[in-house]
Design a protein around this ligand. Structure first.
Ligand code: PGA
Length: 246
């Protein structure tokens, strides 16, 4: 695991975008795993900027998002489909055939989850997966207690996550109670992973994730067992860990 801290969120975001851009340049048909949430917003902004500067193209890449609420319509402003569309997909040269996200409005979420996993496998697996982390240690929507080997599946959101995500909804009752998420098994099969965390509210969970025991109670701790993880932190998120590089 390589761990880097940055003075601020902007520098962290630029570095994350640089890693993605490097991998796409090395392998234009990259299979790229993407995340939503506040943390990767700066990375998307930077990727869009360098795309417009002519420094990068996604025209042969395929992307798979980690997760989507269930049930939710893609037109709902809070869907991760809407987030991805407005922050990234529509702003670069990715067409609808190239980007993938679990279908939040399917009538058969179990089958949709299975098909999602199969599609990832059919493309040779994820080359680079971008991850954020929840304050409770979730990655994707793999909440504490999640199986450390599961593939894409339907999950119940924890009360903490529903509460944390209610900041984006008018009422906490509007937050969907379930999600379709890549499992820890899916994530661990990615050939390379970058984990992004910013803000002091992530400091404690980052310490547990990177230095604690691997445990289902901290799903992200499983990343310790992955051979190729780059962790990018801002000063707040990194303040409780000893950093090896920067
Ligand atoms: P955040 O969410 O980037 O909005 O902090 C991360 C997560 O919950 O996975």
């Amino acid at each position: 695991m390589e761990i880097f801290t940055f003075d601020d969120y902007t520098s962290l975001s630029i570095e994350a975008a640089k890693i993605v851009a490097d991998r796409v340049k090395q392998k234009p048909e990259l299979v790229l795993g993407l995340a939503t949430g506040s943390t990767p917003l700066g990375m998307y902004q930077e990727l869009v900027r360098i795309y417009h500067a002519g420094q990068i193209s996604f025209n042969r890449a395929t992307t798979f998002n980690l997760d989507e609420y269930y049930p939710i319509d893609r037109e709902n402003h809070q869907s991760y489909y809407s987030y991805m569309w407005s922050n990234f997909w529509s702003k670069v040269d990715l067409t609808e055939e190239q980007f993938n996200i679990p279908d939040g409005s399917t009538l058969d979420p179990l089958q949709a989850a299975k098909a999602y996993e199969q599609k990832i496998e059919a493309l040779g697996g994820i080359d680079l997966q971008v991850l954020g982390i929840g304050e409770n240690g979730h990655i994707g929507f793999n909440e504490p207690g999640a199986s450390l080997s599961a593939n894409t599946h339907l999950v119940k959101l924890s009360q903490e996550t529903i509460k944390a995500n209610s900041r984006f909804f008018q009422e906490v009752e509007e937050v969907p109670k379930q999600a379709i998420t890549m499992g820890i098994g899916t994530i661990m099969k990615a050939k390379e992973i970058i984990l992004l965390a910013a803000g002091q509210n992530k400091a404690e969970i980052i310490k547990e994730t990177l230095t604690g025991t691997i445990s289902t109670q901290v799903p992200a701790s499983m990343l310790q067992a992955h051979p190729k993880v780059i962790v990018l932190l801002d000063r707040g998120a990194g303040k409780l860990v000893n950093i090896t590089g920067s």
